[in-house]
Design a protein around this ligand. Structure first.
Ligand SMILES: Cc1cc2nc3c(=O)[nH]c(=O)nc-3n(C[C@H](O)[C@H](O)[C@H](O)COP(=O)(O)O)c2cc1C
Length: 279
């Protein structure tokens, strides 16, 4: 047992060295027929747990995690046709039911999105979630009030002067262009000190979006809300609990969809640059 809490069940270990070969930071070695941590490389471990997950016999435990803490993958992955349909069948949802997503479903969604990869396994992404429609209603009102004030006092910066139209739509018709009437939003942020804060935030939301679709929920990448928070009312972000030392990732609105899509979009083929490289 070392500082990484790395242990090998010697009855299960078949000395295949899969854990050693798959360690991205070369922290492991075979000592005789048993994998072990190289003492002076232990501090380089990024706790990705590849050693635990690659072991064919479930012999490795590390950091307090055992194979029994994992989901088995054999015969459990979605068929390619279903996965393709999920990806092709995802749509931006802009009409929502006026009801909350059940807490257990939301919790599952958040925990699955949390599985998204992060640069150097930093795992610094924070999910700031408005998880009930009452709070969302108050936030919506506060955002629209601030926006109206910026318009009234002629303080909308020129590059985002088009927000005046959204304020007018809300004031005159109760149309919420900023959050699309969604009962919930999720805001991702990550410490600026992380190796890849913006990327980590966007990848997590991509996972969130796809699993939400599979759970029967709708989402929309909310560039307008992101701009409103980042450029017009950053003080609100702080009020929502986004730490000052975080990079803002993105806002995604979500909830139970009040619209159903029946088929995928026939897009033109992908832009592909096939490289034939010769020096
Ligand atoms: C980065 C990003 C920002 C977006 N911002 C908004 C937004 O503020 N409001 C909105 O209604 N849709 C927004 N969308 C949704 C796009 O308009 C939508 O993805 C596109 O029209 C294709 O439609 P689909 O997502 O249904 O396939 C955004 C999408 C992305 C990827």
């Amino acid at each position: 047992m070392e500082s990484l809490d790395f242990s090998v069940n010697e009855e299960r270990c078949i000395s295949c060295a899969a854990c050693v070969l798959d360690c991205p930071l070369l922290v492991l070695t075979m000592e005789e027929a048993t994998p072990a941590v190289i003492a002076d490389r232990a501090s380089m471990c990024i706790t990705c747990l590849h050693c635990l997950t690659v072991c064919p016999t479930g012999a490795i435990s590390i950091g307090g995690f055992t194979p029994e803490d994992c989901l088995e993958l054999e015969n459990m992955l979605p068929e390619p046709n279903k996965m393709e349909t999920l990806i092709r069948g995802r749509r931006s949802v802009r009409t929502y039911e006026d009801e909350d997503v059940e807490p257990a479903i939301m919790e599952r969604l958040l925990q699955v999105a949390w599985q998204a990869p992060t640069g150097v396994n930093a795992r610094g992404v924070l999910f700031t979630v408005v998880d009930n429609k009452e709070t969302m209603g108050k936030l919506r009102t506060a955002v629209m009030k601030r926006l109206a004030e910026l318009v009234r006092t002629d303080n909308l910066p020129e590059p985002v002067s088009f927000f005046a139209g959204f304020s007018k739509l809300w004031e005159e018709k109760g149309i919420d262009t900023l959050f699309r009437g969604a009962p919930h939003i999720i805001i991702t942020s990550a410490p600026k000190a992380c190796p890849c804060p913006e990327q980590d935030c966007l990848i997590a939301l991509s996972y969130f979006e796809l699993f939400a679709r599979d759970l029967g929920l709708g989402t929309v990448w909310d560039g307008l809300a992101t701009m409103a928070f980042a450029e017009l009312m950053p003080e609100l972000l702080e009020k929502l609990g986004v730490p000052a030392d975080h990079s803002l990732g993105y806002v995604m609105a979500f909830g139970k969809p009040a619209v159903e899509y029946h088929r995928t979009v026939p897009l033109r083929p992908a832009n592909i640059n096939r490289v034939s490289f010769a020096e």
